[in-house]
Write a protein that binds this ligand. Structure first.
Ligand code: NAP
Length: 329
């Protein structure tokens, strides 16, 4: 096979339409978009017409279609596990958006399904591992020139999230999960304990939800990680990270945009959301998945073991939200 036929489930959503379909069609070598689906054929028909591909009646039709070799799932979180398991039953590899599962029990079911289907059948959408800035951070850290890492400070601010009537746990499963994975990847360590504190809540757009939340994690070797998880920053999308080592620190650049001086002012534009901040990472993660499927690399991307570990840590965070104490992972 020298070209993978990809079907996208959740193609009418934010990340499906603006990021994944677009990247498969325009930026992925060795792949072709052949089919799309979402919760109804009507809502995905426009996308299908735009890319001249087939709109499927539903996910099941897409998964079983002979026009689809591999499936990219970026539909709502609760669909992740059932659709991935169906793909695995059909022997089709999956690129699955994060979070791998909403609960640890569901994550376990997926692990078992993959065991039956074969190794590395699922890549999880932990795209920060493909971001050039994080890759550079890891290179410096791994060189050992700054000594051992001691602490990590992370900030994750989303400009706007409609949190009304959403549970507190979504700060963990939607926002915190990225910090969990990137810290595991950077430090090559698992977490042993986690804790959550609730500062005063913003009154901007939150409804009943508590926003921001302050997350703490401690690794097996006692590296302490703090994360400010803000769902409604109002002013822009910003991801910051600083690893504090024995002999220096490594920081993500504040924003990779030009500095503009205007009348009595100097500043840089901020990205409005994740899509603009992680453009390259989203392209590279799908390219890597396709390269792996085509046998161009034998290094698989982040898989179900990473997804499961992230779920275990998130599960402990959700317990910690209720108890207010350090919880063991
Ligand atoms: P969204 O805009 O709400 O889109 C959800 C998509 O899922 C829509 O296409 C929707 O179809 C479809 N859908 C809903 N229920 C379905 C069902 N039962 N069967 C099939 N399709 C169904 O959400 P989003 O922001 O794009 O997020 C989608 C997923 O991507 C989430 O899991 C999210 O965590 C993940 N995500 C990851 C990142 C990242 O940085 N890696 C960023 C954003 C999102 P209709 O339009 O027909 O309702």
């Amino acid at each position: 096979m020298n070209q993978i036929k990809i079907g996208v489930i959740g193609a009418s959503g934010n990340i499906g339409r603006y990021t994944h379909c677009e990247n498969i069609v325009k930026y992925t070598d060795g792949a072709v978009l052949t089919a799309v689906s979402s919760s109804s054929k009507a809502s995905v028909q426009k996308i299908a017409d735009h890319y001249c591909v087939q709109a499927m009646e539903n996910a099941e039709e897409l998964i079983t279609s002979d026009q689809v070799d591999a499936v990219l799932i970026c539909s709502s979180n609760e669909t992740h596990v059932p659709y991935t398991i169906r793909c695995l039953e059909e022997g089709k590899p999956v690129f699955l958006e994060k979070p791998m599962a909403n609960t640890l029990e569901e994550a376990q079911l997926l692990l078992e399904a993959e065991k039956k289907a074969g190794e590395h059948m699922v890549q999880i959408g932990f795209m920060r591992r493909y971001d050039p800035d994080y890759i550079e951070m890891k290179k410096v850290l791994d060189s050992g020139s700054l000594g051992a890492p001691l602490m990590v400070h992370c900030i994750s601010r989303t400009r706007y999230t409609n949190l009304k009537n959403r549970p507190d746990s979504e700060h963990i499963t939607v926002i915190g999960v990225h910090e969990v994975d990137i810290c595991r990847w950077l430090l090559e360590e698992n977490m042993k304990e986690v804790m959550v504190r609730f500062p005063r809540s913003t009154t901007v757009e939150t409804g009943d939800s508590r926003d921001p939340q302050f997350l703490l994690m401690q690794t097996e070797n006692d590296i302490l990680i703090d994360v400010e998880a803000t769902a409604n920053s109002y002013y822009g999308y910003e991801i910051l990270c600083e690893v504090v080592c024995e002999k220096g620190t490594i920081r993500l650049p504040v924003t990779p945009s030009v500095m503009v001086r205007s009348y009595l002012n100097v500043g840089q534009a901020l990205p409005p959301d994740w899509n603009d901040r992680f453009v390259v990472a989203y392209r590279n993660e799908v390219q890597h998945w396709v390269d792996y499927l085509l046998g161009k690399t034998d290094v698989p991307g982040p898989g179900t073991a990473d997804g499961y570990e992230a779920c275990r840590i998130c599960d402990a965070f959700i317990r910690a939200q209720k108890t207010g104490c350090w919880e063991t992972v």
